[in-house]
Write a protein that binds this ligand. Structure first.
Ligand SMILES: C[S@@+](CC[C@H](N)C(=O)[O-])C[C@H]1O[C@@H](n2cnc3c(N)ncnc32)[C@H](O)[C@@H]1O
Length: 248
């Protein structure tokens, strides 16, 4: 990693959201990223991705934005539908790894882009989605507004993100796994264990399901709803871009 905060810094999750640090960290973990995720999530990542793809419901002829797409693990299933998928991410390392792995998929394009300042026209996508990306963006509310801007009226938003199990007992076990087990496992399977300390802290500090729903509504989306996956370890938020903009 080009630079990373020391252990003495008070809130590593916030500091790591410095865009150049986040981008540099993902550049470094890119080659082993997908395998590490499968191990750390104990195989659940496949189920979460399938649920996200079903919620996006891509169809041939549609244009879909997968934002913070990383190496494209979340984009490939979307592209299988025949839809034209744009996988956007601001980490050159993740984009390069994605292009290398998925060069044989003609309807999947990788674009280097910052979620808070998207290089796309207004109203250009039928659906926009982020899997495990919004939590990493330093200004998530700005990203939600940018996603709204680039979606056509009536188009859909799907956010798949780590969240907070509502059951106190299960949440206790889950916190134990994240605080005690995950750091040890990450050291053995990842090229950069510190990135997974960041992962744990960013999940802990991320808003719960109703708060994220409120952020999505504030950004101008309507019909906001969520459902929990794996008892709330992950939540799938969905929304629609209003056909008539509020206030018109
Ligand atoms: C945990 S990975 C998720 C990748 C992929 N969506 C998946 O499900 O495997 C988070 C990604 O968010 C990207 N990211 C963080 N902040 C970003 C920003 N401001 N703009 C674009 N991408 C960003 C990182 O580079 C990283 O690739």
């Amino acid at each position: 990693m080009a630079s990373h905060p020391s252990e003495h810094e008070p809130n590593r999750a916030d500091l790591h959201k410095d865009p150049s640090r986040v981008s540099g960290m993902f550049d470094q973990v890119a080659p082993a990223y997908d395998r590490t995720n499968t191990v750390l999530s104990m195989g659940n990542d496949r189920f979460w991705r399938a649920a996200t793809t079903r919620a996006v419901a891509p169809r041939q002829g549609q244009r879909i934005l997968d934002l913070a797409a990383g190496t494209g693990a979340s984009s490939v299933a979307l592209a299988r539908s025949g839809a034209s998928v744009v996988a956007a991410d601001f980490s050159p390392g993740m984009i390069a790894e994605g292009r290398r792995r998925h060069s044989g998929i003609p309807n999947l394009t990788f674009v280097e882009a910052d979620a808070t300042d998207l290089p796309f026209d207004d109203d250009g996508f039928d659906a926009v989605t982020m899997s495990f990306g919004l939590r990493n963006v330093n200004e998530p509310k700005k990203a939600l507004a940018e996603l709204l801007r680039v979606t056509r009226p009536g188009g859909r938003l799907v956010i798949c993100e780590f969240s907070h199990p509502p059951s106190p007992v299960f949440n206790g076990l889950y916190r134990f796994y994240n605080d005690r087990v995950l750091p040890v496992v990450a050291k053995t399977v990842s090229s950069n264990a510190e990135a997974y300390d960041y992962l744990n802290e960013s999940i802990r500090d991320w808003p719960d399901q109703p708060t994220l729903s409120a952020w999505i509504r504030e950004a101008g989306w309507t019909d906001v709803a969520h459902r929990n996956l794996s008892m709330g370890i992950v939540a799938l938020h969905r929304a629609t871009k209003p056909v008539v903009a509020p206030g018109r």
